[in-house]
Ligand binder design. Structure first.
Ligand code: GLU
Length: 470
């Protein structure tokens, strides 16, 4: 089995494209097939090498590897043209001299009458003399495929038997007036020459498929097996687009999503393992992938779910690997924070992170003294009695064991002595140490911060936060 992913480098790798790549990749990696890559860059004006690099980078980031070198479609124009001429020689294509203006006028009339415009076959039956006269007069021409009568039927892995009446399909262009082959014919010739046996792609290509099937027949090629994957929708059930927020894989990478989570999430858009598992590693996905379970109906891109999955994959990840990933998201103002310091904090933050930058953004107080204190926290937690309690506690903190257990005993006992509940003391201490109202377990955090930092921050909070009225 040979499949391919055929992105056009006219834009970034979109989540829809990535999902198509993932399904193709899973399909071959679960059955020892080949996964080929083809860069469809024949639209020279809109394609760029930068986008090609970006797309390949996005695939690599997702852990999608391909067999052999990517095929560059524009390097094969001569071959596409040759096959167009074969279609012409064998009577399956004809030159058409209709001008764009004439065709546009006919389209206008048809649409005004409420109908759809189909090329009416004007140049289908020109005689050799008429053609020669047109050529001699230097009239521009395009090569059109001669659509046969009847129906075009193909079996789609997702949609089962799919059939189109050929009367709905007009004699489409295969060579433009500048002599360049169109997408429609280039795809078919390339898929054939690359030995592609299964074409899995987005539903947006379903309407191109009857034309391509006719080309397969016209060229005498064996037709591959098609499978059209359901569309990905935004939360408003409209086709996912930039309007919905981030849609390029690179943006998700930058925001601190793990490729493992992105891969898992996209694999479950339009497919399910057949049980209720949702968190699956790449290997588990390869082991359970079955193309017959691709769903027909479109699926919604739910970013909340992706965030949840990301948190789950963070928890699954080995600490050393997670640290390596985190280093890439370390902000410029925390470059002095080294790996050993991060390693000490990791067990406290791992359970609380959703995206990789959360480690630094939400855990900044592990390395920096708070500059201010959460106002609501101050109003709610910095109550009468707290400064006195801290004054008594400070000398004890200077000499006690700095372990979570010893700190917990000490702080609870101090609270008790003042007739306060432990909560009434833990929250203001957290506020003093972090400036925030939420953090990992106070006692674990204090141990990681160390005695000196804790004492300094407590003193500073006592000096800066106004003494509450009793
Ligand atoms: N280059 C086309 C696209 O990016 C894909 C063509 C195909 O898969 O047949 O939409």
């Amino acid at each position: 089995m040979i499949v391919r992913f055929a992105p056009s480098p006219t834009g970034y790798l979109h989540v829809g494209g990535a999902r198509t790549a993932i399904f193709n990749w899973l399909y071959t990696r679960s059955s020892q097939g080949k996964f080929l890559l083809r860069i469809e860059d024949t639209d020279r004006e809109r394609s760029s090498e930068e986008m090609t690099r970006e797309i390949l980078g996005g695939l690599r980031w997702l852990g999608i590897d391909w067999d052999g070198e990517p095929l560059i479609q524009s390097s094969r124009i001569a071959r596409h043209t040759e096959e167009c001429h074969r279609l012409l020689a064998e009577g399956n294509a004809f030159w058409c001299y209709c001008t764009t203006e004439d065709l546009d006028a006919q389209r206008g009339t048809a649409e005004a009458a409420g109908g759809a415009f189909l090329y009416p076959g004007t140049c289908r039956h020109l005689t050799d003399e008429q053609r020669s006269a047109n050529d001699a007069a230097g009239m521009p021409r395009v090569l059109r495929f001669r659509v046969p009568e009847g129906r075009t039927v193909f079996n789609d892995i997702v949609h089962d038997e799919t059939s189109f009446s050929n009367t709905e399909i007009d004699d489409f262009v295969i060579l433009r007036s500048d002599g360049t082959p169109t997408y429609m014919v280039a795809v078919v010739v390339d898929d054939h020459d690359m030995g592609v046996t299964h074409v899995l792609r987005g539903d947006d290509h379903l309407s191109n498929t009857p034309k391509q099937v006719m080309l397969y027949h016209g060229l005498g090629y064996e037709t591959p097996q098609f499978g059209h994957l359901p569309l990905i929708l935004g939360e408003d059930k409209k086709r996912l687009s930039k309007r919905h927020g981030a849609t390029s894989v690179g943006e998700f990478q930058q925001r601190g999503y793990l490729p493992e989570a992105m891969f898992n999430f996209l694999a479950l858009l339009g497919w399910s393992p057949g049980d209720d598992r949702e968190i699956l590693t790449r290997d588990e996905l390869v082991a359970s992938f079955d193309i017959r379970r691709v769903l027909k109906k479109s699926s919604v891109f739910d970013e909340e779910k992706l965030r949840w999955m990301n948190g789950q994959h963070i928890r699954l990840m080995d600490d050393g690997e997670l640290l390596r990933r985190l280093l890439r998201h370390r902000p410029d103002d925390l470059v002095d924070v080294d790996e050993a310091q991060m390693r000490a904090v990791l067990p406290l933050m791992k359970e609380r992170m959703v995206l990789l930058p959360d480690f630094f953004e939400n855990g900044r107080y592990f390395w920096r003294d708070p500059e201010e204190y959460d106002t609501d926290g101050v109003n709610k937690r910095w109550k009468a009695g707290i400064p006195e309690l801290l004054t008594d506690l400070l000398p004890l903190l200077e000499s006690c064991d700095f372990t979570p257990e010893a700190l917990e005993t000490l702080i609870r006992e101090s609270a008790e002595q003042k007739g306060m509940g432990a909560g009434k003391v833990i929250h203001p201490i957290r506020l003093a140490l972090t400036g925030a109202t939420a953090s990992p377990s106070l006692f674990d955090m204090m141990t990681v911060l160390g005695r000196e930092t804790c004492l300094r921050r407590l003193r500073r909070a006592m000096a800066q936060i106004p003494v509450p009225e009793s």
